[in-house]
Write a protein that binds this ligand. Structure first.
Ligand SMILES: Nc1nc2c(ncn2[C@@H]2O[C@H](COP(=O)(O)OP(=O)(O)OP(=O)(O)O)[C@@H](O)[C@H]2O)c(=O)[nH]1
Ligand SMILES: [Mg+2]
Length: 381
């Protein structure tokens, strides 16, 4: 069970692919800070960057969905030319390769307080576009007060928009780090993410959803699709009547589902030892416990107890799978709120199975609605 889970997890991660992002802007503009705010972990510090060219590093974390090209310590001018040369080589080399390997989006960062967008920057952005890279211009370290963007930052954004650069849309004002002194909160990350979704090709979209840490709603939607797919498969299994005792037939399908949910949330499997342990605890203990819980509940309510001797129906198979999917989603959403070390401890602990079961305790209706459908009584209750 454990190695099956590990294998399905690896397959689920593989299937989501990767989104490749180029981040450029002068040194200190806030590239690393913005990437960390968007993708949640200290990509540039924890990953070993490989130099593509002088000033351009490529980061690819094991088991992450993000390939990052970071122009560290970049100044327009000579360094800019070297970066462009490196990018040109990259783009040429990858042109013949599948779209999944291309650079999917470029963020060009400008610190708003510079209030200056020089000719060299204009040329640089034009060159990026000439290379076929879709560019979003990002204003960084922009203060807001009660949701209102600093008016001079807006003016600056309007000025840049007025330059008519070949970019994907208007410049996006952001603040990636709350400033305790001025009270300026984090701002604009969702808008930047939306602008990025608008330009990345379809092949990179699911990886972006998994990698980003800003928009939980998009993750939930992806997870819902995974659950629905597994539910359809389970209903197919249940359509061939199987005895209750053979409910284990449903488990491989549930393992795949749980692996895909984990991947869709973007939870790193790299610490896979702990992760697979968590998975197998839940699957051997949790899923069967959950099944038993539902079945016992059913029997409690059944007037004649005939279900015990009969078969699992398509509806029961589907409902059980759905409940397992939602229970595991809640475990994953809890894990997302933790930092890496906390999460490691969590995966390796009994708390995972507990959290998993909490779902069924909090949602007795998961069992009750199942009952209604099985007994086919009008749902007057
Ligand atoms: N308040 C606030 N501070 C920021 C923001 N972005 C960056 N900073 C600060 O600005 C400094 C530089 O940020 P980095 O993210 O390291 O800049 P960088 O563009 O990666 O710089 P290089 O790697 O040298 O090219 C750090 O001290 C950050 O804490 C922001 O959005 N808001
Ligand atoms: Mg940096």
């Amino acid at each position: 069970m454990e190695s099956l889970f590990e294998q399905r997890l690896a397959a689920a991660f593989e299937a989501l692919g990767q989104v490749n992002l180029l981040v450029v802007g002068k040194t200190g503009v806030g590239k690393s800070t913005l990437v960390n705010a968007m993708f949640g972990s200290d990509v540039a510090r924890t990953g070993l960057g490989e130099p593509v060219t002088k000033g351009l590093l490529h980061y690819r974390l094991p088991d992450s969905f993000l390939g990052l090209y970071d122009a560290e310590g970049f100044e327009t001018g000579v360094a800019g030319d070297s970066i462009l040369a490196g990018l040109r080589t990259l783009v040429d080399r990858y042109a013949a390769r599948p779209a999944a390997e291309h650079i999917h989006a470029a963020w060009y960062l400008v610190r708003w307080s510079d209030r200056r967008f020089e000719q060299a920057q204009v040329s640089f952005v034009r060159e990026l576009a000439r290379l076929g890279l879709p560019v979003v211009i990002v204003l960084t370290q922009v203060p807001t007060r009660e949701g209102t963007v600093h008016p001079e930052a807006l003016e600056f954004a309007a000025y840049i928009d007025g330059l008519g650069l070949p970019v994907a849309g208007p410049a996006v004002p952001t603040n990636a780090l709350a400033d305790a002194f001025s009270g300026a909160p984090v701002h604009g990350l969702q808008a930047l993410l939306d602008a990025t979704y608008a330009i990345v090709p379809d092949v990179a979209e699911r990886a972006l959803t998994a990698a980003q840490r800003v928009d939980l709603g998009r993750k939930k939607k992806a997870v819902e699709a995974v659950i629905n797919q597994a539910v359809a498969v389970a209903a197919g299994i249940g359509a061939t009547p199987i005895p209750f005792t053979d409910a284990a037939l449903l488990i491989p399908n549930q393992i795949t589902m749980i692996a895909r949910i984990t991947a869709a949330y973007g939870l790193p499997p790299s610490r896979s030892r702990a992760m697979s342990l968590a998975g197998s605890i839940v699957l051997t203990g949790g899923a069967t416990l959950a099944g038993r819980y539902l079945v016992t509940n059913l029997l409690k309510f059944m007037p004649y107890g005939f279900v015990a001797g009969s078969a699992i129906s398509a509806t029961v198979a589907a409902s059980l799978t759905k409940a397992v999917g939602h229970a595991w989603s809640q475990v994953c959403e809890l894990a997302l709120t933790m930092d890496d070390d906390q999460r490691d401890q969590f995966w390796a602990s009994a708390a995972v199975a507990e959290q998993f079961l909490v779902f069924f305790q909090r949602n007795p209706s998961a069992g009750a609605s199942l009952l209604r459908r099985v007994t086919k009584r009008p749902s007057s209750a």
